[in-house]
Ligand binder design. Structure first.
Ligand SMILES: Cc1cc2nc3c(=O)[nH]c(=O)nc-3n(C[C@H](O)[C@H](O)[C@H](O)COP(=O)(O)OP(=O)(O)OC[C@H]3O[C@@H](n4cnc5c(N)ncnc54)[C@H](O)[C@@H]3O)c2cc1C
Length: 380
């Protein structure tokens, strides 16, 4: 049992750290947050340095990173710029995963190198106004008419759709089949007539836009699908462990950033003639934060290791996701508490974590759904 990342991964982390220090200073993070601005410049620089290709197989122009490599990358990225790490995950990782595993050779050769070079971006659209946790009950309808699919419906909560060139769109292609078996993943070019994308206002993760999508008689070629017809849901399930690892890595990195910030603050701030970090109640909170983040990190890397060895880890990845998300929310909350009124001010960064962290308990399955998954695994 090895609890360390390897030398190459340490090197990668250090070089990413140096890159982000130079290209993604805290002023840039604040500017993107304050102005709800997608970080286009950073995206281009990440592409130029080859980072966008990390999860993409080498034969398609990427670096062929493992799940553990990606976890190291996302943890470090999120510690600097959580929204940036989420954008990376949304616009590259989910699509790479789907295309690599289920796409045709032609789709891989066409799309993956462009993704690695930052020439195209993706979004993933599953949720609808009436189907969130029960996502398989989605109603957006795809009907095959001759050589074309005709799609009608409304999608909800799609991250980065307005910046995307393609959306992996989940729609019902068979109304007779059981709900999990009648869903197909479509490759939707966002410029297709009949697609309307609207922005939703939200609490946090301001640089990562959130959209709703209206689909009105959208016509797609018959082959604009990823994976076989009616296998969209089953295929999505196959890559969930990997995706939950990625989300856990973002949570761990962002939680660590809360701790680092609050340690710096409590070592500086004085009350009653002493640094507030010298008060036992403060120290106990810091110790708890550190303990929880270390535990979340171990859960994350155990799960990534299982993914890399091809061992199913539905329970382990759900535990890592659940624990890391709740750890992050608690870290942000404790960070706010220890900064008193100063944490409440927009000019300090803790309020951003306070706002951003909440999504961690919703996005990759709510905490309730993750508990259901874990309990199902231990009672079967
Ligand atoms: C910022 C943001 C970005 C997102 N990005 C994307 C994206 O890119 N693509 C995408 O497809 N979706 C995205 N989502 C949607 C997200 O996946 C859903 O919000 C999430 O799955 C929950 O669905 P819901 O919001 O409809 O809540 P609901 O499913 O309506 O749940 C409401 C409450 O009921 C609870 N609940 C539901 N079922 C059960 C049950 N069986 N037992 C106990 N409790 C239950 C939930 O845990 C929750 O507390 C995003 C959401 C947000 C907020």
């Amino acid at each position: 049992m090895d609890f360390e990342i390897n030398d190459q991964q340490k090197l990668m982390r250090d070089s990413l750290r140096a890159f982000l220090k130079k290209e993604c200073p805290i002023e840039y993070v604040r500017d993107c947050d304050d102005n709800e601005r997608f970080p286009f410049e950073l995206y281009e620089k990440l592409a130029a340095e080859g980072w966008l290709g990390l999860p993409i197989p080498e034969e398609y122009g990427g670096m062929g990173g493992t799940c553990t490599d990606l976890a190291v990358f996302l943890e470090e990225f999120a510690a600097h710029f959580e929204a940036g790490a989420n954008i990376f995950y949304t616009t590259i990782v989910i699509a790479t995963d789907a295309i690599t595993h289920f796409g045709t050779e032609e789709q891989k050769r066409d799309l993956l190198p462009k993704l690695a070079r930052g020439e195209i971006r993706f979004a993933f659209s599953l949720s609808e106004p009436n189907s969130g946790s029960d996502a398989a009950s989605l109603r957006t309808r795809a009907v095959l008419e001759g050589d074309e699919w005709v799609i009608n419906g409304q999608k909800m909560f799609c991250s980065c759709a307005q910046e995307a060139d393609y959306i992996l769109l989940m729609a019902r292609s068979d109304v007779e089949a059981p709900k999990h078996k009648g869903i197909t993943m479509f490759l939707l070019d966002t410029r297709t007539p009949g697609v309307e994308i609207r922005k939703l206002r939200k609490l946090g993760l301001k640089p990562m836009d959130l959209n709703e999508i209206f689909l009105n008689d959208v016509r797609l070629p018959k082959d604009a699908i990823i994976g076989a017809v009616n296998t969209g849901w089953m295929n999505a399930l196959k890559t969930l462990d990997y995706e939950r690892c990625c989300l856990s890595a973002v949570n761990v990195g962002a939680a660590q950033s809360c701790l680092d910030k609050v340690v710096a603050y409590t070592n500086e701030r004085e009350q009653f003639g002493q640094k507030i970090s010298s008060f036992q109640l403060t120290r106990a909170k810091l110790a708890d934060m550190d303990m929880e983040i270390e535990a979340a990190r171990l859960l994350l890397y155990r799960s990534a290791n299982l993914v890399d060895r091809g061992i199913p880890n539905n329970k382990e990845s759900a535990i890592a996701n659940l624990y890391s998300s709740e750890t992050y929310v608690r870290a942000a909350l404790n960070g706010m508490r220890m900064m008193g009124g100063w944490g409440y001010l927009m000019e300090f960064d803790m309020q951003r974590h306070f706002r951003d962290s909440k999504l961690a308990e919703i996005g990759g399955g709510t905490s309730e759904i993750l508990r259901i998954i874990i309990s199902r695994e231990i009672t079967k």
